[in-house]
Design a protein around this ligand. Sequence first.
Ligand code: HSE
Length: 440
Amino acid sequence: MKPIQVGLLGIGVVGTGTFNVLRRNQSEIERRAGRGIEITMVADLDVARARASVGPDITVVSDARAVIANPDIDIVIELIGGYGIAKTLVLEAIAAGKHVVTANKALLAVHGTEIFAAASAKGVMVAFEAAVAGGIPIIKALREGLTANRIDWIAGIINGTTNFILSEMRSKGLDFEVVLKEAQRLGYAEADPTFDIEGVDAAHKATIMSAIAFGIPVQFDKAYVEGITKLSSQDIKYAEQLGYRIKLLGIAKRRPEGIELRVHPSLVPSKRLIANVEGAMNAVMVQGDAVGTTLYYGKGAGSEPTASAVIADLVDITRLHTADAAQRVPHLAFQPDAMSDLPILPMADVVTSYYLRLRVADQTGVLAKVTGILADAEISIDAVLQREADEVGGADANQTDLIILSHDCAEARMDVALARMQALTTVLQPIVRIRKEELA
Ligand code: HSE
């Protein structure tokens, strides 16, 4: 049978990896797919660079629309990124009857509903394994491998840049700004790292996973997003003394009233496997009612790890494109007419436990006042750690750090207690609040 023909839009790091792996493993992939898969056309604004990547036998153009208009192309891979031209091109490819493979989490988290509806109407597939956690087949696991389960929660380290930064801060005791510069020097962090360090990239991925896990629409605008820019190495050190590591987690959790969808730094017990995921690696925990807790680990970015996911999608489409569209795996795991309207909960309704650090005057009664406020708010204390004043106060040795771990409570209740604690004259600096997840 004639090989399935693929057009590639954007040949940077991942595109080159896809081209190379597809060539290198050509016969293995064909034996699996039942048919050859060939990239026959590439569009990139930098035609010379694209030509250098793919050699003389492939058609290289600067106009992506020439790929979409080519009737011989069966599948379009979109590796441009962002919400702009990538969205237009994906919708045009769908309208032209092409199947689409994309690694674009931003696009799907924000415009997924529109894109999947257009694809369903046209009877084409939009596959996006590479959009979440790079080479880890987490979309496949959630959508197919765990299909028997009622998923209770997902918690993932789904941004390698921030995990690298947090690992370095912990192991070397360095501050955020110093490690960020090092990450940029090593090429882990982009020149503009905003989406990574502010948690936006992780929230895009968590949003996509929440939709697949719970059968709800993608709703990035309702996700709570907090990055790692305000974390101090001091809090990482105190957390460690209490038996925790701090990770940027993307969390999607089912509650009877709705879904928690949030990205923020979290204390995780050091004994959990996921707490020991270091450097730029990714890991996703999924709790299902039948299977229990599962953990998926691997490279969340990079040329060939991401290509591994892109090509898995190419193989899936090659196997399934002749199947009746109604028999294919639904884009978001659940049948489009069986989606749930369970709301995304506001942050005030989220229930979790907390790490609090208060810089306080080392005076009689301070601890009593603070714990009294927590008791008034019916917030139970799990652990308290107080440093000796001369350890933290330096020359000004009449100050100390008071660290409190709470049991679970609603965020709104904690907000009220925090405002009251902050108003005490003996609380000398803004209180640090970091959420804590036991992931048991
Ligand atoms: N910037 C992402 C990360 C990789 O640092 O994990 C692509 O999703």
